[in-house]
Design a protein around this ligand. Sequence first.
Ligand code: ZN
Length: 314
Amino acid sequence: MFTIGIDVGGTSIRVAAIDSVGRVLSSRRAPTPRSFDDFCEWIVRAVHHIREDTANGTVIGVGLALPGVVDAELGVVKRCVNLPFLEGRLLRDELSKNTGLAVRLMTDADAATWGEYSTCAPRPRAFVHLRLGTGVACGIVVDDRLQPTDPDRKTHWKALVVDDRPEAIACPCGLRGCLETIASGPALERQTARMGLANGLVELQQAWERNEPTARDIVDGTSRAIADAICNLKSQIPNGAVVCLGGGVITALPCLLEETAKHLRSFDDDYTRRVALHQSRLGDDAGVIGAAMLAREARSESPLLSVPRTEVNG
Ligand SMILES: [Zn+2]
């Protein structure tokens, strides 16, 4: 028995069969189709191929992670800037009908958070996933439940505002001074371009290793902002939380992890009791694994954000 996880990105889409402990059994990837019909057709075909790859084993359900605002109850994408053809369509029902499987919609941030969290052994009481990529996403799990945010998710969490000066840069979410304006891939690439580094973050990591002052300054400012955001979240998470940093920025610039830990220690002597900082273990797999694991755990529940601890065999 396995669950199928689908991770939809602005440029590529990935489908994978995931077993009960979060292992990838089989996986397929393609450029994201550009119309609703092509999108649904591709998923139906990919699910069919995945079932063939896995000798037609029993499929428990499908979790579909999307980059936008999702109404899991209605099974509809409310907003998706990069894939507007998905907005307002009965996506879940269309896919359920054509695959014959239970389909659950969720945001990519929730899926990645749940993937990283649910494959921790043992699962920590509190878990924060900060994903730094093209944008910045944050998910929190406390007592085995994904924490609800603003129901419309129109903006980032206020805790992610790390620059409160009036001249702070406006984030696409509408708030000013969000972590995304400092620690996302595009924000950092603007800084590396000013340094004249053609290869962006990878070259920035190399320049940091060579102790070049400008690189040191950029990494210092960025890691300080990440540490500020983690401190801002402290009221929402109990002591002993695991904070997991993931996304393409951390993969290309791993020095951010130790530098962020250094800042946290300098803010708070109690840091080691409060939070443990980890690097993402699943990398690019977090979305498909989390989508599948969340679909598996939530399949008997109606609200996405109410996920009880259950043991599932298979
Ligand atoms: Zn923002």
